[in-house]
Structures are given as structure tokens and as C-alpha cells.
Design a protein around this ligand. Structure first.
Ligand code: NAD
Length: 698
């Protein structure tokens, strides 16, 4: 028997323990599932055994499939989960699953193949496969609806969201909630089943309950799911499987589930979602900073500046229970910043998503200060003052004078050279960029910008800190705009050229929204405020290369006082109390005028050209970023785009998308646009990979 399954007979109970740390992943290749099958077969022949108990060693039952086996052929001769759960349906001694901790995917499918389930409080129970673009393929879509009814099963399987122990009990997934420790409680329960002569109870023998007419129910569900998960094929296939559980016998339902599973696994969307999943984990790996690098302790933090970013950054720390001192230049600005933070939390409390006590606790961890002396104990200090080099340098000189030795000194700059900032201190090894995205308390992305002299343990600590404050940290290098903004700048600029050449904002936005972006570039501009970019452009005007193409449309719109949603008008107009964009003939006239002034004859621009020009600008710039080693790997760029820029997850990120299109095709398109301007010179890395038939992502 496999060593990762332990089998012991305790009285009348054959106890099968999954022992595959850290989460009891259901490994085929290591023989875990075969081990469970062998244990069951052994117990079936043992007259002493009257009941089986399946339990996980450690904190949970099973987190599901072994992700290290994804995409790999299973070794022959070893049972997989489907083999195991179908065998379990033939067993004639009662079986109990003892559930604790995350019990997900295959873990729940295994538990549902037993006859009775007990759980302790604190478990998370769900079928999250849809999040990887697939469906529960070991009878999960057939057993869960039979246990909980069609409506709940549709909700659980199409969203992939788990339920608590208590909810699982209400739904009928769990039969009894028991007190920890789980093993003795579950053995007691199993013995009671035997004593009371409880029957075998197979989920496969039940019928799925549906409220009302099944056809009407599934038609309405299909409409809802299609709308909620636009672009994702898996939720609809999950729904079809639940429908099969109503309309087909169990055996046929299994066949249907398998067929739909095979279809989904092969989709680009599923490959993209799996790429996203693995890329998030890969981003934690830093080539020259091993996992064993010691980290510095972060027990207290400070933030300089209580503006848009500083307030949000401070919230991240107090949300994680880390006290923060916030320094401002004047008391009134501090008051203003704290007011906004308070209102932000109060809104969450009003929505019922945070208790008043939790809000009070968080606010109590925030201290406003006006003197740098108050920062001398902070383990990390993050600067979020105005985006001006001289102001930042002044702040860092002061921090260098007061911060304790070993404190991490971070800047939230979006564009400035971190090495120049570090150079004003006597400790450039302690200086790093922590680039949060707005709103900083909401957006998951954190670009961690390493300077030329940043110490390894400062990088390792920052990566760990990202997790502590629930961000997705991606290590990047110094360049204008780092990874995310440097690429998005190329994307926005191309969108501007497209409207100057003949498209309109509503067409460009529609194309990119149909591609899957939450918002097209002009809608984003209107939401973020057009005045910020305008101010930067005015500052850059004196040093701009006069031969560089520059579209004046953005400036002309700002000159009308149209700064976007906050002024009721930008690229679109907006009606009071409403965020709905309304295309504006005045803007169309302005754009037509701008084209004429630039000497451009407007032409019809196809949707395909819009899509290619915007997305391939991201790709070509991303390729240059890789060439320059600003990003460690293509998948890190994808993560930046998935978590910071609303790139559709089912397309895997810009670099993975390019891989899916085929780099030869991408290169051919880029070459078609080469005459438009220097931004279309293909990146050397792209040209090389395309010639080799290679991919950005391995
Ligand atoms: P902001 O103008 O809203 O806030 C800046 C705050 O810093 C103000 O409250 C100001 O009073 C304070 N301040 C200025 N000089 C100071 C000093 N010497 N000492 C103490 N406080 C001082 O600006 P913001 O949007 O929060 O941007 C801050 C930084 O974050 C900038 O570097 C910006 O590039 C970067 N950033 C901004 C965004 C964004 O979307 N707004 C996103 C990422 C990064």
C-alpha cells in the first residue's frame, strides 16, 4: 500500500487516512488514490470492519487534484479519482467522510462518494474547477445536484465559490457538525451508524430536485450564467451537466460530464485560466533570491502622504493588523486623508461586509503624525507624496536621517528612477519601489521594483509582505513606467492614434470590451480623470521630440474643461447621478477637426485593426521589457495585466494571448503596421521567437 495513505482498523471502523502534506492533494502518480482503493478492498474482505472512515491527516480532508500532475499523462495501472469514486459506488459497507479545512474539487467529489459526511466548523467546501476553465470531472456535477438540488448546485459549480461547514450542513452536503478533534468524533459517529443499523446511502441513487419546471429553470439559469460569465465557456458547461443530472440517469450523466470535461480542457480559455493560476505562483520565484533568503520582520509601518494612494496603502496594513503611522505635511491634509479612510470603512460597514468593531480596531491602528521623528521605529516606510523627483529626494533624505537601521524605505512612484531616489540615502540597499495601483486598498497588484542596489532580503521581505497584505507581488526592474504603465502608455497612445485616423472612442472601447477588457481605454480615461495625464503632458511638452507623432485630441478635450466623469464630460458625456457613457457629437466634431489639423484623411478602421493595434502594442512593448530583463518572465507580465489592468483572465494576459495567436501571426501583423510609426518596429525578441516557432511562455 502507498505510504501516503494510512489504513488502520479501530474496532469496527476501517480508518483510511490521506497523508499527503500540505493539503492531501489527490495524487494519482504517487499512488494516493490507488492506496485508498486498496484500503477499501482490504476492508471489504475483513469481517471485523463494519464501516469505513475517510479522513485527512493534518488540517484538511483534501484540497483536490494534485496540481503538479496537471497536463501530465497518468502512469498506467494506478487508479485515478474517477476509478475510485465509481468503485466506491459498489461498496456495501457504510462509508463516512470526516471533513475539515479546505475540502475542494476532487476532495469534495471523494467525500460525496461516501454515504455520510461529518465536519468540524471552519471547513471550506466547494467545487472550484470552473475557475480553471474546467468542471468537476469525477462525478461532482452529478452527485452535488442530487444532494443539494439544482439551484444550489448551479450556484456552487458555476461560481466555484466554497461554502462553510454550517452552510454545508443546511444544504445537506454535511450530515452532522461534530466537535474537534475530528478523528475521535468521526469514529464515534461511524460506530453509531453501525449500532443503529443505518443503511447505505448513495448520492448517485437520489434524484435532483428542481423548483418548478426544469426547462424553464435551466433556460433562466442559462441566460443568467451567460451574462455573468461573458467569454467563459466553463460555467455554461457546468450548468449543462447539472441539467444532465436532472434529465439523465446517473450513468449517462457521468458520460456527459466526461465528454464536456474533455471539450473544456482543450479550450484556449481553460488553458489561459490555468496559465493564470500557475503564473501567479511562478511570480513568487525570484531567480537570484532563493526561497531560503532571510526576511526582515515587519511589525509596524509608516506611510508618507495621506493622499489618494497613501490612504489606501495605509488601509492595507491595518487590514492585516499592522499598525501604521501616516505622516503629512500639514494637519488639515492629515484630517482630510483620515476622513476619506473613515468614510471608506464606513461604506463597507454599511454594506454589512465589515463589523463596526472591526472598523474601530482598524482605525485604532492608524496614527497621524507631522514629524519625521515619529517614524524612527517603523520597520517599513512607504513614501506616497507628489510625483516629483525633488520632493521625493527630500523625503528620502529625511527618512535616511531618522529611520532605524534595517528599516525598508519604499517609494510608490509610478515613473521615477528609484536608483536616483536611493542615491540620496546612505543605505541604497534598503530602498525599493512598492508600486500600488489605485484604489490601493482594492487593487490586488503590487509591482515590487528592485533598484540596482536593493538588497536580496529587502526583495524577499517585500514579496512576503505582498502576501501578508493580500496583494499579488510581481518583481520588476527600473524603467519609465516599470512593466504595467510602460505598456499601458503604448496602448493608450495607439488608441489615440486610432481615433485620429478615423475611429471614434465608442468603436475603440466596444472592440476592447468585446475582447474582454472591463472597460475600453477612453472609458478608463474618463473614469480616472483626464486632467492628470494632461498635466503630465504639459510638463513634458518642452522636452518632447518634435518629430514624434503627437495627437492633440486629449489636450483639446481637456481645454474644454472636460476631465471625464467627475466633470460630467470627457470622451463621452454623462448625465447627473449616472455613470453611463453617452457618445457626444461635439467630441466627434472635435476629433474630425483634429484629424484635419494633423493633415490626416480619416478612413474607416476595422474592428480587427483596432484590436490588433491596441493589444499588439502591449505585446511588442512587453517583448522589449523582457529583452531588457525589466520583467523576469513573460508570465509575470501577464500577472501584472490580469491583476492591475483588467485584462480578461480567460485570455491569460497579453503575452499568453500572443502565444495563443501564434508569434508568427503577431509578427506578421506588426510588420503590416510598421509604416504607421516607430512604435511598430518589432521587438527583437518577438522576431527571434517567431522565427524559431517559439513562445513567450516557454
Ligand atoms: P496625491 O496628490 O493624492 O497625494 C499626495 C499627498 O502627499 C498629499 O496629500 C500631499 O499633502 C502629501 N505630501 C506632499 N509632499 C509631502 C511631504 N513632503 N511630506 C508629507 N506629505 C507630503 O497623490 P497620489 O495620487 O496619492 O500619488 C502619490 C504617489 O503615488 C505619486 O508618486 C504617484 O505617482 C503614485 N501613484 C499614484 C497612483 C494614482 O493612480 N493616483 C497610482 C500609483 C502610484
Amino acid at each position: 500500500m502507498s505510504s501516503i495513505v494510512d489504513y488502520q482498523v479501530q474496532g469496527h471502523v476501517g480508518v483510511i487516512t490521506l497523508n499527503h502534506p500540505p493539503v492531501n492533494a489527490l495524487s494519482v502518480s504517487k499512488g494516493l488514490l490507488q492506496g485508498v482503493l486498496d484500503a477499501i478492498k482490504e476492508g471489504e474482505h475483513d469481517t471485523a470492519v463494519k464501516v469505513f472512515l475517510l479522513i485527512g491527516a493534518g488540517k484538511n480532508f483534501s484540497g483536490g487534484a494534485d496540481i503538479t500532475e496537471f497536463g501530465k499523462a497518468a502512469p498506467p495501472g494506478l487508479a485515478n479519482l474517477r476509478d475510485l469514486v465509481s468503485y466506491m459506488d459498489t461498496v456495501t459497507k457504510p462509508m463516512v467522510a470526516a471533513i475539515s479545512g479546505p475540502t475542494m474539487g476532487g476532495g469534495l467529489e471523494l467525500a460525496m462518494a461516501t454515504h455520510y459526511r461529518v465536519a468540524i466548523t471552519g471547513a471550506q467546501i466547494g467545487l472550484p474547477e470552473v475557475k480553471l476553465g474546467i468542471l468537476p470531472g469525477a462525478a461532482g456535477t452529478q452527485r452535488l445536484p442530487r444532494l443539494v438540488g439544482a439551484a444550489v448546485a448551479v450556484e456552487m459549480i458555476t461560481t466555484g465559490d466554497p461554502v462553510s461547514t454550517e452552510r454545508a450542513k443546511e444544504l445537506g452536503i454535511v450530515d452532522e457538525i461534530v466537535e474537534a478533534p475530528l478523528l475521535p468524533a468521526a469514529i464515534k459517529y461511524a460506530n453509531r451508524l453501525v449500532r443503529e443499523g443505518k443503511p447505505i446511502r448513495r448520492a448517485s441513487a437520489l434524484t435532483t430536485a428542481v423548483d418548478g419546471d426544469p426547462d424553464a429553470f435551466f433556460a433562466a439559469a442559462r441566460e443568467r450564467v451567460a451574462k455573468a460569465f461573458r467569454g467563459y465557456p466553463a460555467p455554461l458547461e457546468c450548468l449543462a451537466c447539472v441539467e444532465a443530472s436532472v434529465k439523465m440517469p446517473f450513468k449517462d450523466g457521468l458520460r456527459f460530464e466526461r465528454e464536456r470535461f474533455e471539450v473544456l480542457v482543450a479550450t484556449t480559455e481553460s488553458k489561459s485560466l490555468r496559465h493564470a493560476f500557475f503564473s501567479e505562483r511562478a511570480a513568487n520565484k525570484i531567480d537570484d533570491v532563493p526561497d531560503s533568503t532571510p526576511v526582515r520582520e515587519i511589525k509596524s509601518a509608516a506611510v508618507i502622504g495621506a493622499g489618494t494612494m497613501g490612504g489606501g496603502i495605509a488601509m492595507n496594513f491595518v487590514n492585516a493588523g499592522i499598525p501604521v503611522k501616516v505622516l503629512e505635511a500639514a494637519q488639515d491634509r492629515l484630517d482630510k486623508g483620515f476622513d476619506i479612510i473613515r468614510k471608506n470603512y464606513a461604506a463597507t460597514v454599511a454594506k454589512g461586509k465589515l463589523s463596526q468593531a472591526a472598523m474601530d480596531k482598524r482605525m485604532s491602528l492608524l496614527t497621524g503624525v507631522l514629524s519625521y521623528d515619529d517614524l524612527k521605529d517603523a520597520d517599513i516606510i512607504i513614501e506616497a507624496v507628489f510625483e516629483e523627483m525633488d520632493v521625493k529626494k527630500e523625503v528620502f533624505r529625511k527618512l535616511d536621517a531618522v529611520a532605524k537601521p534595517g528599516a525598508i524605505l519604499a517609494t510608490n512612484t509610478s515613473t521615477l528612477d528609484i536608483d536616483q531616489i536611493a542615491a540620496v540615502t546612505k543605505r541604497p540597499q534598503d530602498v525599493i519601489g512598492l508600486h500600488f495601483f489605485s484604489p490601493a486598498n482594492v487593487m490586488r497588484l503590487l509591482e515590487i521594483v528592485r533598484g540596482a542596489k536593493t538588497a536580496h532580503d529587502v526583495i524577499a521581505t517585500s514579496m512576503k509582505l505582498a502576501k501578508t497584505i493580500k496583494k499579488v507581488g510581481v518583481l520588476v526592474g527600473v524603467c519609465d513606467g516599470f512593466v504595467g504603465n510602460r505598456m499601458v502608455h503604448a496602448y493608450f497612445r495607439e488608441a489615440g492614434f486610432l481615433i485620429e485616423e478615423g475611429a471614434l472612442p465608442q468603436q475603440v472601447d466596444r472592440v476592447l470590451e468585446e475582447f474582454g477588457f472591463a472597460m475600453g481605454p477612453f472609458r478608463v480615461g474618463d473614469l480616472a480623470g483626464l486632467d492628470i495625464g494632461w498635466a503630465i503632458r504639459k510638463r513634458q511638452a518642452a522636452t518632447r521630440d518634435p518629430n514624434e507623432r503627437y495627437t492633440k485630441i486629449g489636450d483639446m478635450i481637456c481645454e474644454l474643461g472636460r476631465f471625464g466623469q467627475k466633470t460630467g464630460a470627457g470622451y463621452y458625456r454623462y448625465e447627473a447621478g449616472n455613470r453611463k457613457r453617452i457618445p457626444d457629437p461635439e467630441i466627434e466634431a472635435l476629433i474630425v477637426r483634429a484629424s484635419a489639423e494633423a493633415g490626416i484623411t480619416r478612413r474607416e478602421i476595422s474592428d480587427q485593426e483596432i484590436l490588433e493595434r491596441c493589444v499588439y502594442q502591449l505585446v511588442n512593448t512587453g517583448a522589449k521589457i523582457l529583452e531588457e530583463r525589466i520583467a523576469q518572465r513573460a508570465s509575470d507580465i501577464d500577472i501584472v495585466y490580469l491583476f492591475g489592468y483588467g485584462f480578461p483572465r480567460y485570455r491569460g494576459g497579453p503575452m499568453f494571448y500572443a502565444d495563443c495567436v501564434g508569434l508568427d501571426n503577431v509578427l506578421a501583423a506588426i510588420k503590416r503596421y510598421e509604416a504607421i510609426g516607430p512604435q511598430w518596429k518589432p521587438a527583437a525578441l518577438l522576431a527571434k521567437l517567431a522565427a524559431e516557432g517559439g513562445r513567450f511562455n516557454g
